[in-house]
Design a protein around this ligand. Structure first.
Ligand code: 3HC
Ligand code: NAI
Length: 709
């Protein structure tokens, strides 16, 4: 077996280095070798103190996530028992934390009697983001070190704790000024401990009010009940936050050994939950995304230092902010001075709001604003490495902009379009360099939303794709590669999902009923609330551009067209599918009456629609389109689709995205239900309820996951 541990002695010190690249995930093999090394040091009479450290830049990112749900997760030595054994050693054990100590990595450090970290190290217990709770003593040892209230705050949010705060709270004994001085600091600490014959574990003051971080104030009775009551609605259907609270409550009420046992039970439940399975799926999906055949570490990357954005409207301004936020200079080009002024003023206003909310200091705001320059002249962007066009959504206008870019920009510049519906190939075709053209579809608000669809045109060069993927990560986006088609991945799937919701209104459902079913599923917003927010006029214009494709369905989104004709554009006019009074949303009987009228004209029989039918029809059409996209090669893998819908459309992350959710429902079940609605919905069913061929092939071959065949 390869050695995952470096063991060496320096005088009375044993140094045990974790060497399991890239992040020292505590998988079974590393656990076994770590235990052996610690026992060796414990048994060696010449060793008086032990230092645990990471060989690379990282201490440990915790348990090996890929082991969860498999026997390897609890294969001996399991992490909780290993850490308990470390707490029994009678020599000082010092964790030297470089880079990061997350999850089981921090639990390992907490099992050591003493902890020193390099300044800038990141520590935390992010298990909740995987639908878990710390399962190797974290929920019991952290409250005992820093108090229950502080522990609850960090464990229930999963947010990292900086070194300064960690030292103030009592999690760290020492902070080394730099990464280079970490080991030296740890050694000096170890020698000092030996010198004063310090015990293996320090005797920390045992206050009767130990659960609370502030001496002299105990947790109020009812603290946990109040905490649950205050957070219940925010947790929606998720169980991990409940388990975290239960475990920390156990830390307050039970002796350590019993608390650890309770934590173990809760962890097993969490590991087996569909919620954690879904969140683990998303973790690996985020690491897979952007890995494409033909692109590897050998693919050359074009340098991107100077960025330009064309159009200072809603999207252009937000896109420019992304680059400024990442410390990159960006030039914003407009057609007219007044539009440029408006755009720059909006950017300032957005930053000012962040300052008011305490998310940014005034100084940071000024630094970011100083990176954004406005211009009306293409000569000022001639040397840009990356240009992103965000002008009006009209092919002719965009093509004209690209002709100009082709004339004005330097050779090798990447020319990107933020189009949400237009053909990227038709835009590329007007240039003499289609290989340099790519789609970069940001989502609104562009400075907030993490999703970025990277649209690969027929001619887009591999290095252009690789460079844009890299730039996307630099500005904190999740880049998902899509081929060229109407709506790319996200909006193309939105279309049948939204169409089905509209049809249900004609058949007898109300906007509120449909939206409630979708928000009960966990969607951030129902489809009609979303259309009201985005603008009914916007989706009308999209339908206008493709009437010929939709002509065979006379009822297609007819209610939406009728609302548009009435000038009910949604929130911007205070009337859409709902009525808006200030921030309050109300049902509107007029919309139901309109639906009844249209249904009558089309001869659609109205009836009571069950919530189950709403769920099935919307979800079936959504995932069927996703499977179709995979079959057409528009997207690379099914988990990419999950990321698009989680990060761009508010699909609940704890359900793992629509494709993962569909796999949970069962592919055979999906196919059967599509067939069922094709039958019962008559002509309409025959028109739209056609299973993707890939779905049929997957079921025929007994597959349970959505993959290319
Ligand atoms: N287990 C398994 N693999 C892991 C891992 C982990 N805990 N953490 C990272 N990796 C893998 C990634 O999958 C990736 O693999 P790949 O190269 O094959 O795609 C590789 O390490 C590098 O990871 P990133 O691409 O994410 O690198 P970054 O530098 O961007 O981020 C990180 C590093 C901050 C450590 C990030 O990977 C991360 O947040 N990891 C998860 C940390 C975490 O959630 N820890 C808790 C685990 S659960 C636990 O400990 C339970 C315990 O209480 C019992
Ligand atoms: P907008 O109307 O707010 O802004 C467009 C800006 O482009 C205006 O300021 C206009 O003056 C400027 N402009 C027009 N022609 C120009 C030219 N030839 N040269 C320089 N500037 C020019 O539009 P918005 O919403 O920002 O949309 C821009 C693009 O982003 C569109 O392609 C749209 O489809 C896409 N998009 C929009 C989203 C949204 O939610 N608004 C989401 C994702 C993509």
């Amino acid at each position: 077996m390869n050695s995952l541990i470096n063991y060496r002695c320096e005088g009375p010190l044993a140094l045990i280095g974790l060497a399991s690249a890239p992040v020292n995930a505590l998988g079974q093999a590393l656990r076994e070798q770590l235990l052996e090394a610690c026992e060796r040091a414990a048994a060696d009479a010449s060793v008086k103190a032990i230092i645990l450290h990471g060989e690379g830049s990282v201490f440990s990112a915790g348990a090996d996530i890929s082991e969860f749900g498999s026997p390897a997760s609890f294969a001996k030595p399991d992490l909780p028992s290993l850490l308990t054994r470390l707490t029994e050693l009678d020599k000082p054990l010092i964790a030297a934390i470089g880079g990061l100590a997350l999850g089981g990595g921090l639990e390992l450090a907490m099992a050591c009697g003493y902890r020193v970290a390099e300044a800038g190290a990141r520590m935390g217990l992010p298990e909740i983001k995987l639908g878990l709770l710390p399962g190797a003593g974290g929920t019991q040892r952290l409250p005992r070190l820093i108090g229950a209230a502080a522990a609850l705050k960090y464990i229930s949010s999963g947010e990292p704790i900086g070194t300064h705060r960690a030292q103030v709270l009592g999690l760290l004994d020492w902070v080394a000024p730099t990464a280079d001085s970490l080991l030296e600091t740890a050694k000096a600490l170890a020698l000092a401990l030996i010198h004063r014959q310090a015990p293996g574990r320090p005797c920390r003051p045992c206050r009767p009010n130990w659960p609370h971080p502030t001496p002299g104030t105990a947790l109020l009775p009812g603290y946990f009940a109040d905490y649950r009551a205050a957070n219940q609605s925010r947790w929606k259907g998720q169980s991990a936050p409940q388990r975290v609270v239960a475990a920390i409550e156990a830390a307050c009420n039970l002796p350590l050994a019993e608390g650890l046992a309770r934590e173990g039970e809760l962890f097993k439940e969490a590991e087996a939950s569909t919620e954690s399975e879904a969140l683990r799926h998303v973790f690996f999906a985020e690491r897979e995304v952007g890995k494409l055949p033909g692109l590897d570490t050998g693919t050359s990357i074009r340098p991107v230092n100077r960025v330009a954005v064309i159009g200072a409207g809603t999207m252009g301004g937000g896109i420019a902010m992304n680059f400024a936020n990442a410390g990159m200079a960006v030039t914003l080009l407009e057609l007219r001075a007044d539009a440029l002024e408006r755009g720059l003023a909006l950017i300032r206003k957005n930053y000012e709001t962040s300052v008011e909310r305490g998310k940014l200091t005034s100084e940071q705001m000024e630094q970011r604003l100083a990176l954004i320059h406005g211009t009306l002249d293409y000569a000022n962007i001639a040397d840009a490495d990356l240009v992103i066009e965000a002008v009006f959504e009209e092919l002719a206008i965009k093509q004209q902009v690209f002709r100009t870019l082709d004339e004005e920009c330097k050779v090798g510049a990447i020319l990107a379009s933020n189009t949400s519906t237009l053909d990227v190939d038709a835009i590329a075709a007007v240039t003499r360099r289609p290989q340099d053209v790519v789609g970069l579809h940001f989502f609104s608000p562009a400075n907030v939303m993490r999703l970025l669809e990277v649209v690969r045109g027929a001619a887009t060069a591999a290095d252009v794709l690789a460079t844009t993927l890299k730039v996307a990560k630099r500005i904190g986006k999740i880049p998902v590669v899509s081929g060229v088609c109407f709506g790319f991945i996200g909006n193309r799937m939105l279309e049948p999902y939204s169409r089905e919701a509209h049809r249900l209104l004609l058949e007898g459902a109300t906007p509120a009923q449909v939206d409630n079913v979708l928000t009960s599923l966990g969607m951030a917003m129902g489809v009609f609330a979303m259309h009201d927010l985005a603008g009914i006029d916007v989706s009308f214009l999209v339908r206008e551009s493709r009437r010929e494709v939709l002509a065979h369905d006379p009822g297609y989104c007819k209610l939406a067209d009728a609302l548009y004709a009435l000038g009910r554009f949604g929130q911007k006019t205070n009337r859409g599918y709902y009525l808006y009074e200030g921030r309050e949303r109300k049902d509107d009987p007029e919309v139901v009456a309109l639906a009844e009228k249209i249904a009558g004209e089309l001869g659609i029989q109205r009836r009571v629609i069950s919530d189950q039918e709403i769920h099935d029809r919307c979800v079936l059409m959504l995932v069927n389109e996703g499977i179709q996209l995979l079959d057409e090669g528009i997207c690379q893998r099914s988990s990419d689709i999950d990321l698009v819908w989680i990060n761009g459309y508010g699909f609940p992350v704890w359900r793992g995205g629509p494709m993962h959710y569909a796999e949970g429902l069962g592919l055979e079940h999906l196919l059967e239900r599509i067939g069922h609605y094709r039958e019962v919905l008559g002509g309409y069913g025959a028109m739209w309820f056609q299973p993707a061929h890939l779905l049929e092939r997957l079921v025929a071959s007994g597959k349970t996951g959505v993959e290319r065949l």
